[in-house]
Design a protein around this ligand. Sequence first.
Ligand code: UDP
Ligand code: MG
Length: 306
Amino acid sequence: MPKTSIILPVFNEAENIHLLYEDLGKVCNTDTEFIFVDDGSKDNTFREIHKLAEGDPRIKCLSLSRNFGHQNALMAGMEKASGDVIVLMDADLQHPPALLPEMFQKIDDGFDLVITKRKSTVDINPIKQFFSLLFYKFINAISETKIEPKAADFRAFNRKVLESVLQFKERDLFLRGIFSWIGFRSTTLTFDAPARQFGKTKYSFATMMRLAWKGTTSFSFKPLRIALLFGSLLSLASFAFGAYALLAYFRGETIPGWASLIIAVMILGGTQLLAIGLLGEYIAKLFTESKKRPRYLIKDSINIEK
Ligand code: UDP
Ligand code: MG
């Protein structure tokens, strides 16, 4: 079996680490490295990993200087991975290690990338689920990069895919989109996501919305096109209305029209602000990218060079 790197971003997951290690031990052989990326945890996560590492040299850890977010933590792990097969998975046991043998088999069969999809999740509330589906519908409608609904950040891939993903230098990472954009031979497996063992989700409604907006603006500029189209239609309508108003004036039919005036002003003002705001979002994105700041900083490491 080829050498495997398992990348595990952890943010305040101290209680989950031992269980995870036990479960991974059942399906991983000696030629595996477990790269934990401690994403600025405030609890005992780093100490727990340290304890494990004392008894098992396969355990490696990068400790980031603060919380840089799930996507950046995954990137940090990928940059250090030395295996021929790389796996990205959550550390809260919601991505079942028992699926790994099947994923490795697919890579062995010649697939470059194995994507996974949640069949069901016990503890996702229906509102979150509804908005998540709505997001995938929306992004697939406006973007050329298709993203599988319910896609999880649980994947296995070979070095070809790893090296392609490492070429993406953008700060504002949306890995689901990137893994779909790159192409290659991929296959999808489905799994049942169990409830979280310990701790609670780090993805609040607001973080999910932020990720969704990041995904939308990273993979499509159609929102700008829609604003342009809407603006053009509104201008055409204004010209027609202007002509009508002029005609009415010369015919002496004009009367004081507060209602029509205020409605026109409000609609025009509102759409203008909306379009400017949208433009601002893309400019802000350019601003972030142009600064070229590091995606993460490493404070400490175990069994691995910083
Ligand atoms: N995570 C992280 N940094 C963060 C948020 C989350 O490294 O800022 C890790 C977290 O510890 C877990 C994985 O990313 O291993 C997925 O997070 P979570 O389980 O909270 O997301 P959910 O499964 O609820 O979507
Ligand atoms: Mg989870």
